[in-house]
Design a protein around this ligand. Sequence first.
Ligand SMILES: C[S@@+](CC[C@H](N)C(=O)[O-])C[C@H]1O[C@@H](n2cnc3c(N)ncnc32)[C@H](O)[C@@H]1O
Length: 309
Amino acid sequence: MKAAGGSRTAVLVCQGRAVADGLTATGRFADPLAAHLLRGEERRTVEQVRAGKPPASLPDRIDYESVRACATIIVPRVIAIDDALRDHPSPQVVLLGAGLDDRAWRMPELAGSVVFEVDHPASQRDKRERLVGLGQPWVTGPGEITRPAGPAGPAEPVRFVPVDFARDRLGSALAAAGHRADAPTTWIWEGVVPYLTRAEVERTMAVVAGLSAPDSRLIINYQARQVRIAIGQWIARMMHTLARRSSMWVNEPWRSYWTAATMCELLGRHGFTVRRDEDLLAIAERLDTPTSRRNSLRSGRVVVADRPQ
Ligand SMILES: C[S@@+](CC[C@H](N)C(=O)[O-])C[C@H]1O[C@@H](n2cnc3c(N)ncnc32)[C@H](O)[C@@H]1O
């Protein structure tokens, strides 16, 4: 990822969650915090999509359509990951490539866990600025960012761990932040694997495996290759060029694709047993959430794998 100001794809998925909040899968999906993490223009696009009012100008229309599509894809992905997190409580939760994920604040089930957010330094800096801008009760003191008091009472501050998976040492950064390799961890790697090369994925997986005590869980959202998706991204890039806008896919291109078989092999080699691996279309159909973006839904997958006790 080449991004001085933070990840634009992290903003896009946050916009998708903000669009879906209260409109899609009510009772199964809610993310009232997502809109708070967005800045003026980003939130304006969310409001347009929620109101179903497409803007007239081409550049704004491109943003509108990207956010609208993302809202459909994000709902089954988030529900599947939240469910996998809830049915396997863990003393430590590590979000790998956390972006503007707000689970640490959103999910009361995490109140008993120490939450580590690992992300590219530029993206993490951007998120921290957004959080600090929100003020109380998100921020308790200088540099301290905690969950608002929920049903389980105030939780420990989230621990921020800036790491570029392509360059930095994940293991030592997590250890310095207080991660314990002798206690179980639930790892969430959502929407990040496509942005890494296969070698970076393999290297990160080896570190994760080395830090995973028995009873740890690894939840990964990854992409299977689909020609139609590649064509769609190429068209999106062309549209951006026509609209004289920089495309997020230039700084954050997709670099690796996996099949269920290659992902299962990778996990098995690192001592994880796959519990389930489904595409987002199957999850959306089961949950009865919108399935209008069938190709995109079919190519996104969520795998849940455990390290035996
Ligand atoms: C699409 S966002 C997903 C964010 C979050 N996991 C979610 O689903 O809301 C991609 C994330 O991957 C992170 N990322 C991409 N390449 C990275 C790298 N080389 N090292 C660390 N993080 C990276 C970005 O900073 C960004 O936060």
